[in-house]
Ligand binder design. Sequence first.
Ligand code: PHE
Length: 460
Amino acid sequence: METTARPARDQWGSKLAFILAASGSAVGLGNIWGFPTVASANGGAAFVIVYLLAVALIGAPVMLAEFVIGRRTERNPVGAFKALAPGSAWVVVGALGVLAGVMILSFYSVIAGWTLAYIVKAATGEFTAGADTAAIFNSVAGSPGAAIGWHLAFMSLTVLVVIGGVRGGIERWTKILMPALVVILLLLVARAVTLTGAGPGLEFYLRPDFSRIDVGVVLAAIGQAFFSLSLGMGAMITYGSYMTKDDDLETSAGWVVLFDTSIALMAGLIIFPTLFHAGLEPGAGGPGMVFVVLTSLLSTIPPEPWGGTVFGLLFFLLLMVAALTSSISLLEVATAWLVDDKGVSRKKASIGVAALAFLIGIPSALANGAVPWLSSLPGIGMDFLSFLFMVFGQYALVVGALLISVFTGWVWGVRAAAAEVRSNDGKFSLEATWSFLIRFLCPVAIVSLLVYLLWQQLAS
Ligand code: PHE
């Protein structure tokens, strides 16, 4: 790879700063909204077990691979593949990542817009005993004006941070607010598990019924693992590209995976007991389920009427910030590509990409009650937002991660990659395990799943 002079790039301030920023990208709606939503649609505890295996055996190695590619090349995903495999078709992986980033951002901002609306609802005291949880959700997601307006508001916030650049924008936020999020989640867990009727919810979440595991569940688990860890579309390549040469890639990947997974597990401990307490049906309710369930939890927090208001405000504010530290990484991939490779200014690039993602997001904003056919797509039966989540938030990331593992394991090669991992302190303790997983387990597992699903489709 050539290392001729390039304009100095932003870098993270310290090792902790990198771990925080990467965790900021990973921890977001994927943990608190996505994980419980996908788990409840896939049978609960059985899904959770497959998910944990997918994170450890497939997610973690791919995370390390993305960090390595990023730091080695100091490029956005498109430029990174160009640098490591000049003139080859591998650049398509980077391009797929740029596309997936924009598409995911489009619906991500819609859901994050709901959290903005819920901050206002908390502040105006709507989360009190007897709150009509479904009506509250419907007043946001079911109203075209509100849904699109909040989507626009959140997208604008995202752009403002990205224009500030990597260090100024991303680092400052994450350091203070992530620990605060953990504290409030722990308090909500304590409230949720002590609700009457929490028992069956905990059982659904923690006692696996292995007969529920099928290929669909496994694919959902792998897809959710990639989405939650921000993998498969180059976000972690881009973040890795801002790492310094003395950052430790191996331990950084370990911490981010551990942190992200713990937060998802906590979210499950909050959602499932409450879901059963409120007498709702797991698997029903779609993208709004988590919001409805959270409202019923908040409305049980004493003392009346302040408990729900104070906790609601804190919780949705922190959730919004967690979503923001993720959405900036979604926007950053396309922005970094336009800035690095196309010579566009950071400001123009981020505004342009965000405007595009905003427009693409409009049908998703209308897909939860506002427009009937978008809320249940003819012939598919799914709402448009869930459909985009499946295609770009799951399938595209699975394919992207597959290509990244094949590239790292076989094309660029585990030796060259390992040399980069070792470059700071000479150590790479899990080298043999990682090489095996990235060369064999990740590609074989993903390809066989995809082939099986395709074959099932053709057979039916
Ligand atoms: N990981 C983020 C979340 O859990 C979403 C995301 C996916 C961010 C892919 C970047 C890339 O909310």
